[in-house]
Design a protein around this ligand. Structure first.
Ligand code: FMN
Length: 202
C-alpha cells in the first residue's frame, strides 16, 4: 500500500514537515506493507494553475507528470495543512486545482492541521467544505489537529503529556486510514464510479 503525504506549508523548514516526518514513520510502523512518498510544497513549489494545465502544455506535463504518477499509484493520502490567517495556505489550495479525479478519486484522505498555538480547526473546516468536490478525494471522518506544534514530535519518544496525546491520536488516525484504504478499493473496482457522465461533483 502506497501513501502520499502532501505538506501544505510555505516554509522551507516547517512544523508541518516535522509532522509529515512523524506520519511517514507511523505509516511504516502501523500499516503493514506500506510505503510513503512526500510532496512538500515549500521545497517543491508549483506555479499557480493556468490554462496550460487543461491544454496539456509541455511545461505542465513536465512539472506535474512525476507528481501525477505518484498520486495515481497511491492508495491513500495524508494532507498536512498549517493554519495561515485562519485558512489553508495558498500553495495547498493551488494543489487542489491541479489534482485530478483520475489520480485521487474515491481514495481516502486524512486531514492533519497544524498550529503553533491553539488554532488549527479552520483548515479542517475549509478542506472538508472545499477541495474534494471535483477530485473526489474521500476525507475520512476522523482528522487530527496538531496544536502547540513547536513543542511536540521533537524527539523519538514523547516528552510531555500533550506530546503523548498528539502521537496517540495521530497513530489512531493513520491506522484508520490504512483500513479505509483497503475498504475503498472495492468502491473503485465496483464499476459504479462513472467519471465520464459525472465528471464534476456538485
Ligand atoms: C502567514 C502565517 C499565518 C499564520 N496564521 C495562523 C493562524 O491563523 N492560526 C494559527 O493557529 N497559527 C497561525 N500561524 C502560525 C502557524 O500555526 C505556525 O507557523 C505553525 O508552525 C504551522 O505552520 P508551519 O507548518 O508553516 O510551520 C501562521 C503562520 C504564518 C507563517
Amino acid at each position: 500500500m502506497k501513501i502520499g503525504i502532501i505538506v501544505g506549508s510555505h516554509k522551507k523548514v516547517s512544523n508541518s514537515a516535522k509532522v509529515a516526518k512523524y506520519a511517514t514513520e507511523a505509516c511504516k510502523r502501523l500499516i503493514p506493507n506500506s510505503s510513503t512518498w512526500t510532496l512538500d510544497l515549500a521545497n517543491h513549489p508549483l506555479p499557480l494553475w493556468d490554462e496550460g494545465v487543461w491544454q496539456g502544455t509541455k511545461e505542465w506535463k513536465d512539472l506535474w507528470g512525476p507528481i501525477s504518477r505518484d498520486l495515481t499509484a497511491s492508495d491513500a493520502y495524508i494532507v498536512v495543512s498549517p493554519e495561515y490567517g485562519g485558512m489553508v495556505p495558498a500553495a495547498l489550495k493551488n494543489f487542489f486545482l491541479l489534482v485530478d479525479k483520475t489520480e485521487v478519486g474515491h481514495k481516502p484522505g486524512l486531514i492533519v492541521a497544524v498550529s503553533s498555538g491553539r488554532g488549527g480547526s479552520y483548515p479542517v473546516v475549509e478542506l472538508r467544505s472545499s477541495s474534494y468536490k471535483n477530485c473526489r478525494l474521500n476525507w475520512i471522518p476522523d482528522h487530527m489537529i496538531v496544536r502547540d506544534a513547536d513543542h511536540v514530535l521533537n524527539s523519538p519518544n514523547f516528552e510531555n503529556e500533550s506530546d503523548k496525546l498528539t502521537r496517540d491520536r495521530l497513530d489512531y488516525c493513520i491506522k484508520l486510514l490504512g483500513e479505509y484504504s483497503k475498504a475503498l478499493r472495492s468502491v473503485r473496482a465496483s464499476g459504479a464510479v462513472d467519471f465520464k457522465n459525472h465528471p464534476n461533483g456538485l
